[in-house]
Write a protein that binds this ligand. Sequence first.
Ligand SMILES: C[S@@+](CC[C@H](N)C(=O)[O-])C[C@H]1O[C@@H](n2cnc3c(N)ncnc32)[C@H](O)[C@@H]1O
Length: 297
Amino acid sequence: MTEQHPPVCDYEGSDYQTSFWEEGGRAYEDKAEEIALKRLLPKSGKLLLEIGAGAGRNTPRYKDYERIVLLDYSRTQLQQAQERLGENDRYIYVAADAYRLPFVDGLFDGATMIRTLHHMKDAPAVLRQVRRVLQPASKFLLEYANKLNLKAILRYLLRKQDWSPFTPEQVEFVALNFDFHPKTVRKWLKEENFKLERQLTVSHFRIGVIKKIFPSSFLAWLDSFAQLTGDLWQLAPSVFTISQAVGETEIASADAFFQCPQCNHAPLDETPETLTCPGCNAKYAIRNGIYDFREPL
Ligand SMILES: C[S@@+](CC[C@H](N)C(=O)[O-])C[C@H]1O[C@@H](n2cnc3c(N)ncnc32)[C@H](O)[C@@H]1O
């Protein structure tokens, strides 16, 4: 399946960071993810692309990268990230669609995508874009929502759920929210020129009653051991993977950065308030420190 412009799950104006994370009782999941990130992230890097950065919950965890591009479709999520991270030249904020990344080929030496693939109807198309903007041998840390999780298996066997967790196709459990089969994600990564290096299963204890009984730090500690089985089997609701970009592809020249998402022309002419594409004349706004490629002015 490859669509030209697949639909986007729009978080504009959403209070996701507060309602889901800060007030949503997800301290355990947040800690478990921090542990997985620490295990998988490279120890150093120059320029990281964080796709679906949201309000920047994970961005401080990428401390070993010199600079980070926070990319998100939602301008208001990026504004929240700016408030959280403060004024800092290390961070570059870009509002854009992951299906049309506004960067030249081979720009980044790392990329992450956490809790974002699950909004992608056409996941291979996004993985292709990620590979395009990565330099050869760079690392891609991808998290995805796993349809083959224990809870889904039990619900299916007890006939409380009509879709099968065992079949390879993705399941859209709510509009534009997809769970994927681990085998299918591995196949896509391979097809899009990524070599899978390691998998960690995360949030094994994401069950309301367990979270009520045990403190989040204890569950995260238990999870840290369970995560290590990720290369053997994947039965947790979330899977973290690290892959290497393979194949002989370009490395961007030192002065190249943005490219036009309409016509793929680069470089763009920059003034303090706009970027203009000499190829198709499209103009993109730079507002309050956010490069806005969602649509031309
Ligand atoms: C569930 S949030 C995760 C945010 C962050 N990664 C985290 O883990 O806290 C998903 C994010 O993906 C962004 N998103 C969804 N579809 C997108 C697309 N097509 N292009 C860019 N960002 C997208 C949303 O705006 C939202 O901020």
